[in-house]
Every structure is written in C-alpha cells, then in structure tokens.
Ligand binder design. Structure first.
Ligand SMILES: [Zn+2]
Length: 387
C-alpha cells in the first residue's frame, strides 16, 4: 500500500472515531444545558397534599419536548425533566410528547425569521439524519413507539379513544403504567405538503400546532415577523386535520392566526402550553377573549410552568394562572401543559408535580377542581375527541 493511501485510511478512521465520540457526548451536554430545573428532587409537600396527589386517578400533562434530545426515556436519568420511570413515579396517566423539527438561531419571543435552524446542528451532533422536517418528525414518532415496545408493558402510545379507554381500565388494576400521545409543534413539519398531514397521522400524531417560533407556510407565529393570520395553505391544513380528528393546537400562534383558526373550524381547539395575559402579559400568552373562545369550542387551556408563560418559575405562578383561567371560563377547560424539556427552566422535574397541587389548595381550589385540572379534563377531552 502506498504511504499516501495509508495516511488517508488513518485519517478516515480518526474522523469516524471523533464523530462517534461527538454523538455519544455532545447530545447529553446540550440536553443538560437546555432543560434545567430550579430545585432538585426529592420534593417535599405536606402529607395532605401528597395524599391527595397520590389518590388522583388520572394525571395528565399536554406538552413536553423530551423527544428532541435523543435521551433514553426508558432510563431514570439524572438530568432532564421527563422520562418514563419518572412519569410512573409521579403517578402520570398521560404525557403529550410534542415534536420540534426546526427552531431559529438566537430564538427569542419577539421576532424570529425561519432563515436559520438550530435543529440541523443538534440532529447532526446527535447522529440523527437531518434531511427533511417531515423525516425529523417521523423519526421522533418512531423513537416514542420504540420506547413503548421496549418498556415491557409499562408505557404505551395511545392513538384512539378506544386505546385510551383500554389503558384507563388497565391502569385501574395497576397504577405503575403510563401512556403518551404524539403531537407536533409547528406544522412546518409538513415540509409544505398537505399530504404529509396523513403521513404524520399514520405515524401516530394526534395533535399539531400551526406554527412554532417563526412564520411558516401556514401563517404567522406570535414570535415571527409578519404578525398576520393564517394563509390559504394554513386553512386547508386545519381542515385536513379536523377531517382526521387531529387536535388543533394554537400554542405560539399570532393573535390573528388564532382568530383565523376559529373562523375555519368550530373546534375543539386547545392550547397545549400557554400562560394567560391576565397574570402574565407576554406575547406568547392568551388574551381573555381567546380563553373564552377556546372554552366555547369545547377545548382546553393547558397552563405551562416557565418564566415567560406564568411570570415565575414556581408552582405558585402556575397555580395562579390556572385560578385566573378557571375563574374566567370555568374549571372544566383548564389543565396542565408544562413544556417540560422544551428548552426552558422549570421549577422541578415531573416528580415535583405534587407541589402544584399544594399551591392549588392554598389559593382555594377544592379537591374536585384539582382532580379536573390535574387530568380528568384532559382524559374526558381525549376520550371525546380522539379518533
Ligand atoms: Zn413551545
């Protein structure tokens, strides 16, 4: 062998080694950096609050981006905010796993374009294919189904009201099982093609928001440039979703986009992770008018757990937004949409949710109301609206 070709082989082997080193180390570092918690477990609450929490028969959270980080969700990780062992420990009935496919560099809450993309480099560092946004979404769907397959019956992905109903009766016999549903955050995941709504549906997706942090082919984001409404393409996507019984999520939409969605469909509409302007006047939060419109559509308002949503990183701030919403539109339309693992600092990981119950009690929610907000509302909503 010539000396030159030997050097070339060494170089290739060295580069492959470096690549595998990167994909085994970097994702974890990035994950840890992005998904911090303010207080580490174990979390201490009063005996009464813990008892009330433990006796809740169905706890649900409608938003978490844990699939983005290529974390082994079957592992009880010492970082991140959600994984399946923690869900079971926290008595979670159902967690929505929402899929992010593209986010702008220097992401902010006021003004972003779709010209840049952080997820390409993240996927590259994770050793995941970066090709199309639809493929990025399908990959994350497959990973969640894979966790279910390898969970030895502890975790399942539900895609119909019948499956949810079966899960609920199985869980009455053994509470140490948990479920997930798949959602998509930002319909740029369709790669601009309406037929991809069906593709995502076939991969188990049952909920999707029109936009995420930038304006896309469907319409304007609250954090985009145009601040306009839904495009004709956006309208046809919403109609296609409705025809498939895919849940329409208005999280991150510009106010005009929200109005336009209510023009296209009578609902039900949800916001999977939000704050409310009544307690935290931020561009990503819902006005009283939109809160009433969601309730009138038979939808649900899922309150998040981070600074920009509730103006605080503590259980009290989230409970305050829940109380405001419940006083305004009724307790049947309020639930939890933490945004765990969504590149935000949360007050605690998922095992800290009893602290929310404690704060809810303090500000005057009774047991029946706590039961509804912590999961019964989501359960009834999904039983009624999943295909
Ligand atoms: Zn989000």
């Amino acid at each position: 062998m010539k000396k030159g070709s030997k050097i070339l082989i060494y170089l290739v082997v060295f580069l492959v080694f470096i690549y595998f080193l990167v994909i085994s180390i970097v994702p974890k570092i990035v994950d840890k950096q992005h998904n911090q918690i303010r207080t580490k477990p174990p979390y201490v609450v009063s005996a009464e609050s813990q008892e009330l929490y433990d006796n809740l028969s169905f706890i649900a959270d409608m938003h978490c981006d844990a699939l983005l980080w290529k974390r082994d969700l079957l592992n009880d990780n010492d970082f991140g905010q959600v994984d399946i062992p923690k869900m079971i420990k926290a008595n979670i009935g159902l967690q929505a796993f929402t899929i992010v496919t593209k986010s702008p560099k220097d992401q902010n809450f006021d003004k972003n374009t779709g010209d840049t993309d952080n997820i390409s480099s993240l996927f590259l560092a994770q050793g995941r294919p970066t090709s199309s946004l639809t493929k990025r979404a399908i990959l994350q769907c497959k990973e969640l189904h894979g966790f279910a397959e390898r969970s030895e019956g502890k975790f399942r992905v539900v895609i119909s009201s019948e499956e949810l109903s079966n899960f609920i009766s199985d869980r009455k016999k053994d509470k140490r099982i948990s479920a997930g549903i798949l959602g998509v955050e930002g319909a740029h995941a369709l790669d601009g093609k309406i037929e991809n709504v069906q593709v995502l549906y076939d991969n188990g997706v049952r909920m999707m928001s029109a936009v995420h942090f930038f304006d896309n082919k469907l319409g304007s984001s609250a954090h985009g440039v145009k601040k306009e409404g839904l495009t004709e393409f956006g309208k046809s996507v919403i109609l296609k979703m409705v025809s498939l019984d895919m849940i329409v999520d208005i999280a991150h939409c510009a106010p005009k986009t929200i109005d336009d969605i209510f023009e296209v469909t009578n609902g039900p509409i949800i916001s999977s992770h939000t704050g409310v302007r009544g307690t935290c006047d931020s561009v990503r939060n819902l006005s009283d008018r939109h809160l009433r419109a969601i309730a009138n559509s038979g939808g649900i308002i899922c309150i998040a757990m981070f600074e920009e949503a509730v103006c605080g990183i503590d259980a009290a701030a989230t409970a305050r937004a829940m109380k405001y919403t419940s006083d305004l539109v009724g307790v049947d339309f309020v639930s939890l949409g933490s945004d765990f693992d969504g590149s935000v600092m949360t007050p605690f990981d998922i095992t800290g949710l009893p602290l929310i119950v404690e704060e809810m009690k303090k500000i005057g929610f009774n047991e029946e109301e706590i039961k509804k907000i912590m999961g019964e509302n989501v359960k009834n909503f999904l039983l009624k609206n999943l295909p």
